[in-house]
Every structure is written in structure tokens, then in C-alpha cells.
Write a protein that binds this ligand. Structure first.
Ligand SMILES: NC(=O)c1ccc[n+]([C@@H]2O[C@H](COP(=O)([O-])OP(=O)(O)OC[C@H]3O[C@@H](n4cnc5c(N)ncnc54)[C@H](OP(=O)(O)O)[C@@H]3O)[C@@H](O)[C@H]2O)c1
Length: 213
């Protein structure tokens, strides 16, 4: 069970209060994984609060999301607990191969958000993915998830449909060949399909979002 701390809730006291509220809303006694949602705002005070909650066994593991390697290294060298996970956009059009190497080198697990690029750019109709899928008698969604698993990337696909949730779990009875794994590498555009976390306008927009919670 994972949840995330949003930028507007950053800070030592605020992180502790927000964590408590999340537990109440989820009706849980502890969390498996708590993530800093974005590398912006008062990340350091949030992280100290999360380290304490982790130390007190209220959270089994703490991690981050959307952190570029330099921001992550800054967090690692100035704190006690190394983030267990970095949840970042990872899918066939944005494969994060170099970032994955960096994360693995620093013992941080890469976790893919938007493994299907949220359906953008007709990913489910992509010719290369369709031809691989037909070879294994699987769907494009299953090929993408299998490709991520074989790359040691944790994936959190989202579906509101029961049959697709079942389909998305049914990926452990086949294995993509090295040739098919390589064919998918050719789809990498090496840029986000959503937003650039390095663009000051994005940072401003994220920092100014108001929630009614
Ligand atoms: N950390 C972050 O900043 C961040 C940002 C974005 C998302 N996330 C998280 O990432 C997770 C993934 O969700 P996501 O919405 O980003 O994107 P996603 O999993 O890439 O795509 C979800 C879309 O794919 C469809 N879909 C799911 N399974 C399918 C299948 N087998 N065949 C065809 N279509 C399928 C879904 O439609 P149906 O629902 O109609 O099936 C939905 O439209 C969520 O937990 C989300 O909270 C995190």
C-alpha cells in the first residue's frame, strides 16, 4: 500500500500531519511505501519526518517520485535513509535506461508510472508492439508490462476494469526474446510524454496548484 506526499503538504510538521490523515483515510495502521511526490518545496524537512516515521515502524519503506538523478543524489548524500524507490515516468516512448542504471548503482528501485503512457500516441496500436504481441498471443499491454518486468522495473498500471486488471497480472507465463526486447528499445524518444520537471514553468505550475482537501 503506497501513497505520496504532495508539494503543498511538504515540511516537517505538515508531513507528519498529512501522513496521519492519509492513514485515517485509508483506514490503515501503517504504510508499505510513502513517497515524496515531487522534488520541489521543503523536501528536506519532509524527508526528516518520513525518516522518523520509518524508524518508528509506521512506514515500511520511504521513497521519492519524479526525482532527476542530481536531485536524488543531493537527497542521498545529506540524509540517513536512502530512498527505497524512485517512481518515474517509464514506458516504451520514455524508457529511462540511463536513469535506471544510475538508480540501480545507488540501490534505488525504479518504479514506472504511466507504463502505458496513459494510452498517449496510440501506444496500444503501435505496429512494433502489435507484431510482438501477436507472436506471443498476448496484448500490447501485456507485452509492455513483461518488457518492464524483464528490465527489473516495477510497474503500477492503472485500470478501472476488472478484466484488464486480470489481463495486466497475466504476464508471468511468457518471456520476451532478446530480439523483441531490443525491438522495443527502438521506440525510445528519451523525452517525457507529459511534462518536463526541469522547466521552470512546470515547477511554478506544480508549486501553485491548490487542492481542496
Ligand atoms: N508519481 C507521479 O507523478 C504519477 C504521475 C502519473 C501517474 N502516476 C501513477 O501511475 C499509475 C499508472 O496510471 P496512469 O494513469 O498514469 O497510466 P497507465 O497505467 O499508463 O494508463 C492507464 C490507461 O490505460 C488503460 N488501460 C489499462 N490497462 C489496459 C489494458 N490492459 N488494455 C488497454 N488499456 C488499458 C486505462 O484505461 P481503463 O482504466 O479504462 O482500463 C487507462 O486509460 C497510477 O497509480 C497513477 O497514480 C503517478
Amino acid at each position: 500500500m503506497t501513497t505520496k506526499l504532495w508539494i503543498q503538504d511538504a515540511g516537517y510538521e505538515s508531513a507528519k500531519k498529512t501522513f496521519k490523515r492519509s492513514l485515517q483515510r485509508l483506514q490503515l495502521d501503517y504504510l508499505d511505501l510513502y513517497l515524496v511526490h515531487q522534488p520541489f518545496g521543503d523536501v528536506y524537512c519532509s524527508w526528516r519526518a518520513m525518516e522518523e516515521l520509518h524508524q518508528d515502524d509506521r512506514i515500511r519503506a520511504i521513497g521519492v517520485s519524479n526525482f532527476q538523478p542530481d536531485r536524488l543524489m543531493d537527497l542521498i548524500v545529506h540524509n540517513k535513509v536512502v530512498p527505497a524507490v524512485n517512481q518515474i515516468e517509464t514506458h516504451p516512448f520514455c524508457q529511462q535506461i540511463e536513469t535506471q542504471n544510475f538508480l540501480e548503482h545507488n540501490s534505488v528501485q525504479i518504479e514506472s508510472w504511466a507504463p502505458f503512457a496513459e494510452g498517449k500516441d496510440n501506444i496500444f496500436e503501435n505496429e512494433i508492439l502489435l507484431s510482438i504481441a501477436s507472436k506471443y498471443n498476448k496484448s500490447v499491454a501485456q507485452v509492455i508490462l513483461r518488457w518492464l518486468v524483464q528490465r527489473r522495473v516495477v510497474a503500477i498500471p492503472k485500470s478501472v476494469r476488472k478484466e484488464r486488471i486480470v489481463e495486466n497480472f497475466s504476464i508471468f507465463d511468457f518471456e520476451l526474446s532478446p530480439e523483441d526486447m531490443n525491438a522495443i528499445v527502438a521506440l525510445d524518444r528519451k523525452v517525457s510524454s507529459f511534462l518536463d520537471h526541469r522547466n521552470p514553468a512546470t515547477v511554478k505550475w506544480l508549486g501553485e496548484i491548490k487542492f481542496n482537501t
